[in-house]
Design a protein around this ligand. Sequence first.
Ligand SMILES: Cc1ncc(COP(=O)(O)O)c(C=O)c1O
Length: 350
Amino acid sequence: MSRFWSPIVHTLTPYVPGEQPRVDGLIKLNTNENPYPPSPRVLEAISGAHPRLRLYPDPRATSLREAIAAHYEVSPGQVFVGNGSDEVLAHTFQALLKHDAPLLFPDITYSFYPVYCGLYDVAYQEVPLDDAMRVDIADYRRPCSAILIANPNAPTGIGLSRETIEALLAEHPDQLVVVDEAYVDFGGESAIPLVARHDNLLVIQTLSKSRALAGLRVGFAIGQAPLVEALERVKDSFNSYPLDCLAIAGAVAAIQDDAWFQETRTRIMASREILTRALSGLGFEVLPSQANFLFARHPRHSGADLAAGLRARNILVRHFKKPRIQDFLRITVGSEDQCARLTEALRGLV
Ligand SMILES: Cc1ncc(COP(=O)(O)O)c(C=O)c1O
């Protein structure tokens, strides 16, 4: 604490990211990173971009917005890019979610959302997931200014169909619906095809998970042009160059290498199914996941004990000390070998 702090700093409860320890041989299944490397074309593109380091990058990251637009069949004017989807979310909170009526999001979801509400002074209400830990869109029929849903949700991994998202959009034509699709490439249904006919939809995605680029920090939003314009206005009042020239070049290559993307995500989804069966066989209740992680609890062991036991065996998973979910572990789907070693370690613990 210091007398130089702005008043708001005293009120902030910052987000606590998953640990990134530097421990030899650690099996790191705590932050939903991709176990496989990014496309080899990413490295080539980054090496090729270094002569441009002397110059400021393109403030609008035009080549990347064009690559994303071509991939998702939208126009470049419907694409906004940022330094990780966390930054895209932050600008969304400031540009589009601060109104008198509360923003709604689930009680169990990405824990950065309430942090941004604190930073940007956004009124919000948490809507409880149902008993099966699902989002029920009927629970969102209440006064609000906007709705924010992670789909698939984190940390549950449970997804909503595109049809359900469309029903939510139709029920709230005068509220913005933001769909955070950080994990959608692992079997979920993206809402991007709905953007053309719904001016109240903003979809946010990241290259951190399915494209294995968490270290490069690239995220994007797709929505109709006026929504993108609001995000651009905030961005240009904050940092004109959020994406450096290496990130732009690498991200374009990642988006364009569809074969790599398909192969690695398919492999992760196959491992997820094997791991789900293995954990169920050990007595775990495993929520049905459409993400690159599982959310699971054991009837006879606390989440904290299991996480500690795994840690003692050099395996890191995520445990949240939060009501309703303190008995669960969130386990990133790793490589085939990592999943097998996790299963063996859990067999010794339960
Ligand atoms: C639901 C959700 N949204 C957004 C993010 C942020 O991802 P990034 O900032 O790496 O793009 C995460 C990261 O874990 C997440 O779980």
